[in-house]
Design a protein around this ligand. Structure first.
Ligand code: PLP
Length: 222
């Protein structure tokens, strides 16, 4: 099965300690089950409305990650089960996640999505906005979210120097934020960067989590 071979090849390339999130958006439950049956249990989706039915249909030991833009009004549906939200892109969203996590008597792990790409991007915090948020009273009163690191997406370009320097930038932001706001907190440790086309570069720049879709499941139509 090609999906399983793809998965194997990626694992052979990834250094130990780098976690693989299999991005299953647009793929069917059957395709997901091929990867699941090969022993991989961590999947990511970019839309809540696609994630929810898959969560309901598939085995409950799958660990689901949310990697795309999350609307505040969808948080309540994923709060009971989501393992990690990679895409916190506003303080308002984090507040809602904190509230819904509380209702479920749990702590939800989150990454702050930082805008590192040169191209105009719709989502993501500027580094300065992330710092402002981490310094705010409102953030400090949130008891049901745990910030575990940063996420970013590089510009979609063939220019590998540019992609590399954007990943390096994210790594530097990570180091700065860890030192300033999370000293002595080992749970702040993840840098989620790298997709099918650029995960090699991301790993070279210190990624701890790669989010890979098409290199496992094949090209998507959209
Ligand atoms: C789709 C998606 C990915 C995976 O993209 P591929 O190029 O298919 O590996 C990773 N991260 C996010 C946020 C995505 O939306």
């Amino acid at each position: 099965m090609t999906v399983v071979n793809n998965l194997k090849n990626i694992f052979e390339e990834l250094p130990e300690g780098v976690k693989l999130i299999a991005i299953s958006k647009t793929n069917t439950p059957d395709q997901i089950m091929q990867v699941y049956n090969a022993g991989h249990l961590v999947f990511g989706e970019s839309k809540a409305q696609e994630l929810i039915p898959k969560y309901e249909a598939l085995p409950k030991d799958i660990r689901w990650h949310m990697v795309g833009h999350l609307q505040s009004n969808k948080v309540k549906y994923i709060a009971p089960f989501i393992e990690l939200i990679h895409s916190i892109d506003s303080q308002k969203l984090l507040k809602v996640v904190n509230k819904e996590a509380g209702k479920n008597a749990r702590t939800i792990q989150c990454l702050l999505q930082i805008d590192i790409a040169e191209e105009e991007s719709k989502y993501g915090l500027k580094f300065e906005e992330a710092c402002e948020m981490l310094e705010s009273e409102s953030f400090r009163s949130m008891e049901n979210v745990e910030i575990c690191g940063l996420m970013g997406m590089a510009t979609f370009t063939e220019n590998t120097d540019q992609v590399k320097s954007e990943f390096r930038q994210l790594r530097q932001y990570f180091d700065t934020i860890r030192e300033k706001y999370f000293a002595g907190k080992p749970s702040f440790k993840e840098i989620s960067m790298g997709m099918s086309g650029d995960y090699g570069l991301a790993v070279e720049e210190g990624s701890t989590m790669v989010r890979i879709g098409s290199a496992i499941f094949g090209e998507r139509d959209n």
